[in-house]
Design a protein around this ligand. Structure first.
Ligand code: FAD
Length: 505
């Protein structure tokens, strides 16, 4: 093994005896980002990525959760559901589709989206190759703080040494700890649903997470009968008022909710594609039995740290959740080992967060830069049929942090122009802005429930990062006729008690 002198920027020209300047565990959003960026500065980089099969045996290619079993297939299926909704409205715009509304063909949708994902997998391999990052389709575990053992699908292991190591192994869905709900039994998770080889039939989505609600929404939008069963509240950690509206909008689309209810056992009544499953559940009202074809469990995700043998390197994990605590430089308790993305403790579990953290980390390590990842004011979207997007604090967080008398809330419901001709009245569209009175009404929370919420919120997220105040929104001309312009015309405060209804033009 030769001596490597970092050919990189001022921050990294260290002499060492290791094979790599940087070795990355995990080829998802965070891992690929840090590996690619580090190699730009001349670092010698290795990366390993390996997918342990899901309970039903689903595996996938390079790119991690987002590309294979997260954001990308989810958004494609969400869009498919929106296309279906648009078809039902087309006749109001003169299209003659009244008579024969087509059914969605699940197999074609899966084939289309999986085809796209394969092209992304291939693209990521190419990206790593072009960046001269050495890629291993192997499972990693620690031998010591500078040595990683990587094991291929045939069980052959190799030790690889590195000066610095980044852990970006993400997480995997949690299964139900009940008879019939274990990993190798009758349920599926978000790891399986997007490539399910048969049409899912009647679906029970277990969990109140955004993943549960998004899957429930697109499945209902594609024409399946869907029930959501959650043990406690929906969208924990998000704005309570908005979560309530999201539930009522989903109910308006025919999705049933069983809240304060948890499954206790699942039995298979018949094989088949799909099979028939009986779910027994318990709630305050007593015992409930229901038959479904697919039980999709989305009750949270566990960090993929269990088999990393982190103890060999002395890396500490949070015993409560298996995630790795890091400091503001994304460094673990071991100086040369870093953790980014979903595996890092107490960080937003979102793709752009993992990507940006990876980029900035590589620049700090190998280009002498000092910019830290800012984990605050991260915008996010829940892709339910009617989307919800937010940035900053929830109402409860703002009231708790600043006190009721310090917060002014501007809000209104609104009816999008595109809802008028089809007389679409089932959805509540709502916008809410939380401002801090003592700081000239600086905006500390932005919440939008309406069409294209992600697209709407992205721009406002920039403004809020720059410290936008309510007066800045008032001074901004809207783009007419859009839904986003509603944010520039807000006058009604919650404290006034006035009815919050926005009238067009
Ligand atoms: P990952 O992308 O999970 O990558 C980790 C990789 O490491 C995986 O390929 C894994 O197989 C591999 N690995 C694990 N252990 C080892 C090991 N020991 N050795 C080698 N390789 C290993 N985020 C958004 O921003 N927008 C969305 O709309 C969105 N939708 C989502 C929908 C769903 C259904 C899910 C589940 C997630 C969604 N997310 C979304 C979250 C987003 O996917 C994650 O935040 C992001 O993928 C995290 O990236 P990461 O690099 O930390 O981990």
């Amino acid at each position: 093994m030769g001596i490597t002198v970092g050919k990189c920027g001022s921050g990294a020209a260290e002499k060492h005896n290791y094979e790599y300047d940087l070795f990355v565990l995990g080829g998802g959003s965070g891992g690929i980002s840090v590996a690619r960026e580090a190699s730009k500065f001349g670092a010698k980089v290795g990366l390993c990525d390996y997918v342990i099969p899901s309970g039903t045996g689903t595996v996938w290619g390079l790119g991690g959760t987002c590309v294979n079993v997260g954001c990308i297939p989810k958004k494609i299926m969400h869009h498919a559901a929106l296309v279906g909704e648009t078809l039902t409205e087309a006749n109001f715009y003169g299209w003659d589709v009244n008579s024969n509304l087509p059914e969605n063909k699940w197999a074609d949708l899966v084939a289309g989206s999986q085809g796209h994902i394969k092209s992304l997998n291939w693209g990521y391999k190419l990206v790593l190759h072009e960046a001269a990052v050495k890629y291993f389709n192997e499972f990693a575990s620690f031998v010591d703080s500078h040595t990683i053992k990587t094991t291929n699908s045939k069980g052959v292991s190799t030790n690889r040494t590195a000066n610095r190591i980044v852990i970006a192994v993400g997480g995997r869905p949690r299964y139900l700890d009940i008879p019939g709900g274990m990993k190798d039994e009758f349920t599926v998770t978000s790891d399986d649903i997007f490539s399910l080889s048969y049409n899912p039939g009647d679906v029970l989505c277990v969990g109140g997470s955004y993943v549960a609600l998004e899957c429930a929404s697109f499945l209902a939008g594609l024409g399946y009968t869907v029930t959501v069963m959650a043990r406690s509240i929906l969208l924990r950690g998000m704005d309570r008022q908005m979560a309530g509206y999201i539930q009522s909008n989903m109910e308006a689309k025919g999705i049933k909710f069983k809240l304060n209810c948890a499954p206790t056992s699942i039995t298979k009544l018949s094989d088949g594609t799909p099979p028939t499953l009986q779910v027994t559940a318990k709630s305050a009202d007593g015992v409930f039995n229901g038959e479904y074809n697919t039980v999709l469990v989305a009750i949270g995700r566990d960090a993929a740290t269990k088999d990393l043998t982190l103890e060999n390197a002395g890396v500490i994990v949070n015993p409560e959740n298996g995630r790795i605590p890091t400091n503001s430089r994304d460094q673990t308790n071991v100086k040369n080992i870093y953790a980014i993305g979903d595996v890092a403790d107490n960080r937003p579990e979102l793709t752009p967060v993992a990507i940006k953290a990876g980029l900035l980390l590589a620049r700090r390590l190998f280009d002498g830069r000092r910019v830290l990842m800012d984990y605050t004011r991260i915008p996010t979207t829940v892709y339910t049929q009617l989307e919800y997007s937010c940035v900053g604090l929830s109402e409860d967080e703002a009231l708790e942090k600043y006190g009721k008398s310090s917060i002014e809330i501007y809000h209104t419901t609104f009816t999008p122009l595109e809802f008028q001709l089809p007389m679409k009245t089932e959805y509540v569209c709502y916008i809410k802005i939380l401002t801090l009175k003592s700081d000239k009404e600086r905006i500390v929370g932005f919440h939008y429930l309406g069409p294209n919420a992600g697209e709407v919120c992205q721009g406002f997220a920039v403004a809020i990062r720059l410290g936008a105040r309510k007066s800045d929104l008032d001074a901004t001309c809207g783009i007419h006729p859009t839904n986003a312009e509603t944010a520039t015309t807000l006058t009604i405060t919650k404290s006034s008690g006035q009815q919050a209804v926005h009238t067009a033009c």
